[in-house]
Design a protein around this ligand. Sequence first.
Ligand code: ATR
Length: 283
Amino acid sequence: MARAFVTGWPIGHSRSPLIHKHWLEMHGIEGDYLRHPSKVADFETFIQSFQQEGFLGGNVTLPHKEAACANIEKTDATAKRLGAVNTVWVENDTIIGGNTDGYGFTANLDEFAANWCDESRLKRGALVLGAGGAARAIIDALMQRGFQKITIANRTLPRAIELREMFGKPCCAIAYQDIKDAERNASIIVNTTSVGMAGSEQENETPLSLNGFASDVIVNDIVYTPLITPLLHEAKTRGMHAVDGLGMLLHQAVPGFEKWFGVRPEVTPELRAVLLADLGETS
Ligand code: ATR
């Protein structure tokens, strides 16, 4: 039977099986998609020998994305730029690693904020909150789409500076308290921090106030638990365009499924409903 995996530690919370099992069923493919827990000490062996365990490939999640990049024979251009792999597959007996997080991010905005890459919006630039692994994939995607200014704001300024140095122009690094009118003219704000995530210490907080931002700003949170984070709630209250993070999770799964099972699946309202039900969301 055709099988794919998601591996990480811990892995019990992963919602990827729901997505891939839905597509397997939709396409009538006799296959499976399993959670495979790997501790750090076991990961290298697993990622180099998953074929012997009967897998076609799979997804790699925290904390192994960087280790996957270092331990796989071949990586695609995006994974190379990011130094992180989230999807692996086999071509001509060679294991290949790619990174689809940026694809998921852009496809979600293409779906729910079609004008987000208009010329004038690219010129006004983007404000990215946070400087972790997720921010990297998003900054890379924004650069690929041609954003002419990308401001990275982070609680710990040196981490933002590190990313600015990694990506170079058009990025700049800033501390939250130094955000001024120039940054408030951004056409899109993306929250990549865990502030506002259910279960975190800051679950009722926003990373910054949206006061003073342009009324046509697009506000995107990559956190999807809850679906409407405090930041998105504030955006909606102010009449701004809010885009939740669930679509990023759904779209990033598309290229992997296609590589393993040979069919490009679609992100449909039915699939979104399956995930919303699992998250206990009604909207
Ligand atoms: P990931 O790889 O998922 O992006 P990460 O590397 O742990 O996760 O990064 C989490 C991001 O959330 C960081 O930018 C972190 O800021 P610091 O670099 O200052 O740690 C940010 N973050 C987490 N908790 C935060 C908080 N309470 N206030 C502001 N930023 C926070």
